[in-house]
Design a protein around this ligand. Sequence first.
Ligand code: CA2
Length: 146
Amino acid sequence: MPQTILILNGPNLNLLGQREPEIYGHETLDDVARACTELAQGLGLETDLRQSNHEGQLIDWIHAARETAAGIILNPGGLTHTSVVLLDALNVYDGPVIEVHVSQIHKREAFRHHSYVSLRADAVLAGFGVQGYMLATRHMGHLLAR
Ligand code: CA2
């Protein structure tokens, strides 16, 4: 059975490719799902990409991932900067966690410079556009092959 990478996306990321292209680009979350699935297949892995606008739903998925996913790639959206509960959920997940931001959060408003999730993440990507998800998938392949 191939191992699964859970690719979790937080609030408003369903709008990727539809609004603010100058910040987030033109590609949609469906484009990301297709590209990561193809890349992961070449690494012998499966992907499961999900998005929710609800913090509790993301936490439930992280809890379930303890049984179903070998690693998590997570773009928490705005919850990055506010959510202790997301950090708590990740702290009870044993596999590798990679944090992805489409935009370069450190070049933006000061409130985006701090991430609670980074206290748990094994790697962080910011400012690579949606390519960040593909880079994270590739790196997850390395981490899971160890
Ligand atoms: O750069 C990222 O990926 C962010 O996680 C995106 C979040 C933002 O709050 C973080 O600081 C950085 C915002 C998600 C909003 O998503 C949209 C996507 C496209 C169009 C409009 C909103």
